[in-house]
Design a protein around this ligand. Sequence first.
Ligand code: PEP
Ligand code: MN
Length: 338
Amino acid sequence: MIVIMQAGATAKQISAVIARIEEIGLKAHLSEGQERTIIGVVGDERKFGDRDTLALLDGVERTMRVSHPYKLASREFHPADTLVPLNGSQVGAKKVVVIAGPCSVESREQIIETACAVKEAGATALRGGAYKPRSSPYSFQGLGEEGLEYLAEARQVTGLPIVTEVMEPGLVPLVCKYADVLQIGARNMQNFPLLNAAGESQHTVLLKRGPANTMEELLMAAEYILSHGNNRLMLCERGIRTFETYTRNTFDLNAIPVLKARSHLPVIADPSHATGKWEYVGAAAKAAIAAGADGVIMEVHMNPEKAMSDGAQSLRPEKFAQLVKEMRRVAEAVDREM
Ligand code: PEP
Ligand code: MN
C-alpha cells in the first residue's frame, strides 16, 4: 500500500503516519517528491485490517493498494524519475551516459590504455570485470583483487568512475572499496543474499536482467536492494534467451519503455551482451537510446581477437568513438544529450 499525503502536509503529519505504520509492525519508506510526499508501506498489510485507518489520519489525501508485487520500485510509489549520480551526471536525467571498457580486466596496461581510449571518445564511466561469471570453469575467471587495483589505477589516470561486477555477498565490502558502481550480473539477478548485501552497502548498483527473467522478476530483484533504503540503483537490459541463434541473446527493446513506465529507476542498455557480435552493437545501442534508455554499457577492447572474454562483441576504440558520435545524434533527436 502507498499513502499519498496532501500537497501541503506538514512534517508532523508525515511523522504521525510513519509512526502509525511502524506501530503496527510494518516498515515505512518515505518518498519526498516536488509536489507531495508518498509513504510506501512494506510488510504484511493484513496487519492493518482496515486500510482506511491510515486514510483517516491528518494530512493524508488517500491510500492506494499497489497491485504488483514490487512496491518501492514502482512508479506509483515514486512518480518522479530517480536520478543516480555518476561522474557529475545524473543518470535518469537528460544526459544519456556511456559506460565502456573491456569485458575483463586482463592487465594493468590493458585497462589503463582502454580507459584512456574510452575517455577520449566521451565515456562517462569505465567498465571491466575482475570477478567474471563464466559458463565454463576452465575459462578465464578474472584477476580478482589484482584486477580491482588496476581499475582503481585507471580511475586515477582518467578520472572515470569504475563499474565492476561482484558475484558473492562476502565480496561486497571488498569490491565497494574499489568500485563506484557494483554490477550485479545477469546470472546473479536472483542471488538474494547478494541483492541484500548490495542493498545494505548503500553503494550504487547496476542490476542486470537475467537471461531468462521477466521484467517483473527484475523489478522484484530491484525491490530487494531498495528495501534496504538503497535507491542508487540502475536497471540493465542485456538481452534474453530465445530460440534465436544468430545473435547471442535477443535484445528486448520493449523492456526499455516498459521498465521506464512501471518504475522510476534509470534503465541502461547493454547492446554488447544483447547481440554478442560487434557488428550489431551500434544498431542496438542507437535503438536503445531512441527507445528512452538512460545510458548504455558496452564492451571495448584494444585488440578484440586477443580478448580473454567476449572478444566477438567488443568494439575497437575507433569504432566505439564513431558510435559515440552517432549515439549523440540519436540522443539529440529524442531530446536528450550525450
Ligand atoms: C559482463 O558485463 O561482462 C557480463 C558478464 O554481463 P552479463 O551478466 O549481462 O552476462
Ligand atoms: Mn562480457
